[in-house]
Design a protein around this ligand. Structure first.
Ligand SMILES: NC(=O)C1=CN([C@@H]2O[C@H](COP(=O)(O)OP(=O)(O)OC[C@H]3O[C@@H](n4cnc5c(N)ncnc54)[C@H](OP(=O)(O)O)[C@@H]3O)[C@@H](O)[C@H]2O)[C@@H](O)CC1
Ligand SMILES: Nc1ncnc2c1ncn2[C@@H]1O[C@H](COP(=O)(O)OP(=O)(O)O)[C@@H](O)[C@H]1O
Ligand SMILES: [K+]
Length: 529
């Protein structure tokens, strides 16, 4: 799904009005009505007091449309105008007149703290104060209003975006914005729903379709895209009946040091579970027995170093290499890594200590093959690109780094974001159960395994990040957040592949046979447990 910028949203609105021959007032009517329908379906006429707070721009106009429909359907509505300035938008004024035609209780004007209404914890607050048009710091008394919303504990529904947040920059320090329980956003989600600093303002959100011109939405290139099943499914490569292991590449995981051999085990399992034809792990001598025992499907090559890698030489050409997990940063390992980079021709997935070595010795970045995938968690990213003041600066700096070094950067976290030059892909799968040691090692293996099978590196990355998170989501059913382990993510990857082809309930008969069979086997397995 595309995440449109503020400018693209305004352009979409303008073009829709033009192409569908409707006015901006009609579009506002659609927007307010869509919110009303959403609420009406859930509330079914319940007489809970609904406090609708409207600003004086078009977001406020949406609030007035909603309030009008709620009133005419017999709901218990109190409407307020948050008087945040003098200029009212044209469509706000149209709807201000319209609401006066359906009720004698005209909207109450709020101009200062003393005007704030009492709100009971069981009431509902609708926040239509500011939308995407916020253009300067919010006045202190309006900030206090937002704090008041929160202090009441009432369910807060934000229209389009929680008021006080910008779409494309951080809120001012010490400023406050609405903490919405639910946000109903028009046409496309906003990037801020996914960024660590702002996501808590809109933990739950939904997109409402207000009929923006389809051609415009299809043809518009956006900087940000949301990646879910719909986006990754087209990447999936089917297996030919006569295929053999040689068709799916020979992947190599390089890493491990004394006490950190599990990282290589996890990455190697991840690589095999993602479908690599053959897997080899290159490890220091002390890891030999561990590797051969823990992953019998993989081959092991040992370095001359006993406890950590010292030489990093091998005599075959891997299809793809995942490097860095559990590697350590001993000076001999660093020298071996540099030597390896000078000779290497294979596509690389670079993680953990390999990233730390690159941060220590930035000149090595020049040796990375074009299209390499770097998978830092935030701390590793900071070592690579330096500190940032806010999430937007973090993304800008990562984009700059990605373009400069011609690599893709996977910023791991709750909403993993893959940065590929100016493009940013926000992953939607995954859960806090993944905040457990080794989860990232599995991801390194999964992406490497997909590249082995011929997926172009950026597709392998988006697909891999999605499958990895999805596997963890499916594993929650058995393990819950606390007991989910990284190995469960590797073991559950098959379920994530199968899940790609699950249809909504009524269409299950159209499922491809192998996937359906596997599902039945799963069900039987569960029943046996
Ligand atoms: N476009 C469309 O056709 C559709 C748009 N839709 C809806 O419109 C919303 C965007 O509407 P919008 O552009 O009018 O901006 P909005 O968010 O209401 O705020 C701007 C107002 O607030 C003011 N203001 C800003 N900052 C301020 C501050 N810090 N402190 C005080 N005042 C401040 C600013 O004042 P000014 O800068 O003019 O002084 C202006 O009056 C969008 O989110 C969606 O809900 C839907 O109806 C679908 C169709
Ligand atoms: N709260 C969370 N929600 C979703 N995914 C998460 C969360 N926390 C961590 N993850 C995912 O788990 C993995 C953790 O990777 P990383 O920090 O490198 O762990 P490790 O170094 O132990 O392998 C990443 O893929 C990250 O996106
Ligand atoms: K709002």
């Amino acid at each position: 799904m595309k995440i449109l910028s503020k400018e693209q949203i305004y352009e979409g609105d303008r073009l829709t009005a033009e192409r569908q021959n409707v006015s901006s007032t009609d579009l506002m009517e659609r927007a307010g009505t869509a919110i009303f329908n959403w609420m009406h379906m859930r509330m079914q006429g319940a007489q809970v007091p609904i406090h609708v707070f409207c600003g004086i721009g078009n977001n406020g106009g949406d609030g007035l449309v909603l309030a009008r429909h709620l009133i005419t359907h017999g709901y218990n509505v109190i409407t307020y105008i948050v008087n945040c300035g003098n200029g009212r938008s044209k469509d706000f004024l149209v709807n201000y007149d319209r609401i006066k035609n359906v009720t004698k209780d005209w909207p109450k004007l709020l101009t200062c703290k003393e005007d704030f209404p009492e709100i009971h914890v069981d009431d509902i607050i609708v926040d239509a104060v500011f939308g995407i048009g916020l253009n300067r710091a919010v006045d202190p008394w309006i900030q206090e209003l937002f704090v008041h919303f929160k202090s009441t504990g009432a369910f807060t529904l934000s229209i389009d975006i929680p008021s006080g947040l910008y779409t494309d920059k951080p809120i001012e320090p010490e400023s406050s914005a609405v903490m919405a329980n639910y946000t109903l956003s028009f046409q496309a989600p906003k990037l801020i729903f996914f960024l660590p600093e702002t996501a808590e303002h809109s933990t739950q959100w939904e997109v409402l379709d207000i009929g923006i011109d389809r051609d415009y939405l299809m043809s518009t290139e956006t900087e940000v895209e949301l990646i879910s099943k719909h986006e990754v499914l087209p990447f999936y490569k089917r297996r030919d009946k006569f295929s053999h292991k040689g068709d799916f590449g020979h992947g190599l995981i390089i890493g491990g040091s004394k006490g950190k051999m599990g990282a290589v085990v996890l990455a190697t399992k991840g690589m095999l579970s993602a479908g690599a034809g053959l897997a080899t792990a290159y490890i220091p001598e002390c890891g030999y027995t561990v590797l051969q025992t823990a992953v019998p499907e993989a081959m092991a090559l040992t370095d001359d170093g006993d406890d950590y890698i010292e030489d990093l030489e091998f005599e075959f050409e891997p299809t793809a290499i995942g490097i860095g997990v559990g590697l350590g940063t001993d000076p001999k390992t660093i020298t071996a890594f540099e030597h390896f980079l000078k000779l290497n021709k294979a596509p690389l997935v670079i993680d953990a200590d390999a990233l730390n070595i690159l941060s220590l010795s930035k000149k090595l970045l020049k040796l990375l093959p074009e299209g390499s995938i770097l998978t830092p968690h935030p701390k590793e990213l900071e070592r690579l690109i330096g500190q940032w003041d806010n999430d937007f600066e973090k993304l800008d700096k990562t984009s700059e780094f990605s373009s400069k070094h011609k690599v893709s950067v996977v910023i791991k976290g709750a909403n993993t974001i893959t940065v590929h030059g100016n493009k940013k892909y926000v992953n939607t799968s995954g859960n806090p159960g993944m905040a457990t040691g080794g989860a990232g090692d599995v991801l390194t293996g999964v992406i490497t395994g997909l590249i082995c099978q011929g997926y172009p590196p950026i597709e392998a990355t988006l697909f891999g990040v999605y499958l990895h998170g999805r596997s963890a989501d499916l594993a929650l059913e058995d393990y819950g957040y606390q007991s989910l382990l990284a190995s469960h993510i590797a073991d559950g990857l098959g379920e994530a592949f199968i899940d790609l082809f699950k249809q909504p309930e009524q269409e299950q008969q159209q499922e491809p046979e192998p996937e359906k069979e596997a599902q039945q086997r799963r069900k039987a397995k569960r029943a046996r447990r």
